[in-house]
Design a protein around this ligand. Structure first.
Ligand SMILES: [Fe+2]
Length: 379
């Protein structure tokens, strides 16, 4: 048995660590950072606060804030241009999954000029990521994707209307600056949806096939943290402990899913691209059904998920029910029909779910009939 591990990233974690970010940049030898973020963040005080911290340390900072949800290759080209114009020497990704993924793609774009789809992981694109990448510091403002410690980024190629997954150990940020204070102001609904992405990453990583006991251990601990603290963070966004534990569980999730994800993410991706659901909500609705599906081949592992969640019923049904109860408790819908998905969309959803790469590491093999049954069960 052969395997490869790449972790962990250097992580600064805790309330107020944003204040230490300049020191990290100086340690990396940087002088001219480009901050990559989005308009939503620009409407808060955070970018100005970050620029001030960097200015005091003598760093000349520029901001590129034209990243939108589901960033496209056009955003990446514009970001790379901003990097060159500023003569920047480091990228700071500030925000949720979209700005962090965009920052990673801009890192590649500086010295790699093929069309973005040439770097797609499905086409062994990482073998073409050979030139230097400027270093990147990631500052997450949501507890969700864990992009601050992951080695992948998803970019939409607008002309082809398809998503490209960039995947390379070289995309892991040099430093992740995880300050839970930056998540205190997240709205309730976003907290709930992104929090279910956190739980999905950890459960999928734990259930994934393959040998990675280190990832398994991290995932089980983070499943517990998310099950306990997500309802508390939803109930009161200012609950410091709950926000801290959710941000840590998010970071742990992305470390754990180095092992792989599974069918939940393959079902969720088309629910976003075809039916417009947010990624976290799509995961939240599909997770209990996928756990029931996987329970047929790995009941022992599913029982341990139920146990980690604190449930008394550690059967497969008990695990699925505990997940549905959690989704209800945090105020999210549990059925696809409640969020506008229609029966007639199922064939397209099935086709795209099969094309998605995540289920390759699912514990149980999935065929189109399985995908269809899972979508129908969730209607
Ligand atoms: Fe996810």
């Amino acid at each position: 048995m052969k395997t490869r591990f790449n972790f962990p990233t250097r992580i600064l974690f805790g309330q107020g660590v944003l204040d230490d970010v300049a020191e990290e940049l100086l340690l990396l030898g940087a002088k001219r950072p480009l901050v990559v973020t989005d308009q939503g963040l620009m409407n808060t005080e955070l970018p100005e606060r970050l620029i001030n911290i960097l200015r005091v340390a003598g760093l000349e900072t520029a901001v590129f804030s034209r990243i939108e949800p589901n960033p496209t290759d056009a955003h990446i080209d514009a970001g790379a241009k901003a990097f060159s114009e500023h003569k920047a020497d480091i990228i700071i990704g500030l925000g949720g999954g979209s700005p962090l993924d965009a920052a990673k793609a801009i890192q590649i774009r500086i010295h790699h000029h093929l069309p973005m789809e040439e770097y797609d992981d499905l086409a062994d694109g990482d073998a073409k990521i050979l030139a230097a990448l400027p270093p990147m510091v990631a500052i997450p403002t949501t507890a969700g994707t864990g992009s601050e410690v992951s080695r992948s980024a998803v970019i939409t190629v607008a002309a082809a209307d398809r998503k490209v997954v960039l995947f390379s150990p070289r995309l892991m940020p040099a430093v992740a600056v995880c300050d839970p204070e930056l998540t205190y102001g997240l709205p309730t609904r976003i907290t709930a949806e992104t929090g279910m992405d956190v739980l999905s990453h950890n459960i999928e990583a734990y259930l994934a096939s393959g040998y990675h006991p280190m990832a398994d251990g991290i995932a089980v601990r983070a499943i517990r943290m998310a099950a306990v603290h997500l309802p508390k963070a939803v109930e009161n966004g200012k609950n410091q402990t709950a926000r801290q534990e959710m941000l840590m569980a998010s970071t742990m999730g992305a470390v754990a899913f180095q092992k792989g994800l599974g069918v939940v993410h393959s079902l969720a991706h088309p629910l976003s691209s075809v039916a417009g659901l947010s990624h976290g909500l799509a995961n939240a609705i599909m997770l209990p059904h996928a756990v029931r599906f996987n329970g047929k081949s790995i009941p022992g592992r599913v029982a341990l998920v139920a146990n980690a969640m604190g449930g008394r019923d550690t059967t497969v049904d008990g695990a699925a029910k505990a997940l549905t109860d959690l989704v209800k408790k945090i105020g999210l819908p549990t059925k696809l029909s409640e969020v506008g998905v229609e029966q007639k969309q199922i064939p397209t959803l099935v086709k795209k779910a099969m094309e998605d790469g995540c289920h390759a590491s699912n514990a149980r093999e999935c065929n189109p009939d399985d995908m269809e049954a899972l979508f129908k069960a969730a209607m």
